[in-house]
Write a protein that binds this ligand. Structure first.
Ligand SMILES: C[S@@+](CC[C@H](N)C(=O)[O-])C[C@H]1O[C@@H](n2cnc3c(N)ncnc32)[C@H](O)[C@@H]1O
Length: 291
């Protein structure tokens, strides 16, 4: 190498460069984010890269990585840049048409699967489930994967979100057990269902302008629950008595300050209601079993 040659590009060198750049831009967990971006740019396994810091990187790989870094530094969600998000052991493709599925929603799926296991013991028929507000299809896909007898209706008001969800179902081999419906009301989704599982938009409209840039990059329709955050939740609960079979249930993710308001909505003559906490100890899920 002559004195004028640039130092060879290596995975370790780009990791150091990228981590410093993200840190300077105020991105939290800068090394972790950088590792994901580098792995994606190099189409390599993230953990193997950590162990192979001397791995040579081509100029075009480095250029792709630096473009990813710039997007992350400007506040774009990691999952949109790399194009996917892990969810309940599945790789779910995501882009700005849909909300990035969150870890607490994995807990909602676990609660629903637990309920299905204890539901109608001895019955061998299909369990009809509605995922209302399916977005990327994460809940519908995880329920179909976790329960062989589940037949899932995945509904969303957004045609664009449904296109994303349908693509995920094809990629993950679940298309035959998920029916996609463009609808903005539970009553227009068919049914009755054994189970409704839903993560509706629940952020109050006035709070949204103050959220992080990353969250504000997600579709407004996926976030905005109206003036008190409870507009869509209230409509679902209002229509659920006709949509859920006796003995079936409604599982809904809610904001951590909404438990009192949401748990007061179902008619106690028709529902047995409880609020369940997430792994952080926050009241996060409504569970209403149809009497
Ligand atoms: C919080 S996101 C949840 C997405 C996905 N289920 C998840 O958990 O990652 C809410 C979804 O509900 C959809 N949505 C909002 N209002 C709706 C309505 N009135 N009817 C049907 N879907 C609606 C949005 O388009 C968005 O995809």
């Amino acid at each position: 190498m002559t004195r004028t040659d640039a130092a060879p590009l290596t995975a370790g060198g780009l990791m150091a460069e990228g981590t410093a750049l993200l840190k300077a831009a105020g991105v939290g967990e800068s090394a972790l984010n950088c590792g994901w971006l580098l792995a994606s740019a190099l189409r390599a396994d993230r953990l193997s890269l950590l162990a192979d810091r001397g791995r040579a990187v081509t100029a075009s790989e480095a250029s792709a990585f630096r473009k990813f870094l710039a997007r992350k530094a400007s506040g774009e969600p990691l999952a949109y840049i790399i194009g996917s998000q892990p969810f309940c052991g599945l790789t779910v493709k995501v882009d700005p048409r849909v909300l990035v599925p969150r870890p607490e929603t994995e807990e909602l799926v676990d609660l629903a699967l637990d309920f299905i296991r204890g539901y109608a013991p001895g019955s061998s028929g299909p369990v009809h489930v509605l995922d209302f507000g399916t977005g990327s299809g994460a809940i519908a896909l995880a329920l179909a994967a976790g329960c062989r007898s589940a037949l899932v209706t995945a509904a969303d008001k957004s045609r664009e979100a449904l296109d994303c969800a349908e693509g995920n179902a094809r990629d993950l081999g679940s298309a035959g057990r998920i029916r996609f419906v463009e609808a903005s009301e539970v009553k227009d989704c068919g049914g009755p269902f054994d189970l409704i599982v839903t993560n509706p938009p629940y952020i109050p409209s006035g709070v949204i302008p103050g959220l992080d840039m990353e969250v504000r990059s997600e579709p407004l329709l996926a976030l905005d629950g109206g003036p008190d955050g409870l507009g869509v939740a209230a409509r679902i609960i209002e229509q659920a008595p006709e949509a859920v079979k006796k003995g079936g249930a409604l599982f809904m993710e809610i904001g951590d300050t909404q438990a009192r308001a949401v748990s007061g909505m179902p008619d106690r003559r028709r529902w047995k209601v409880s609020v369940l906490k997430d792994l952080c100890g926050k009241s996060r899920f409504l569970r209403a079993v149809r009497k």
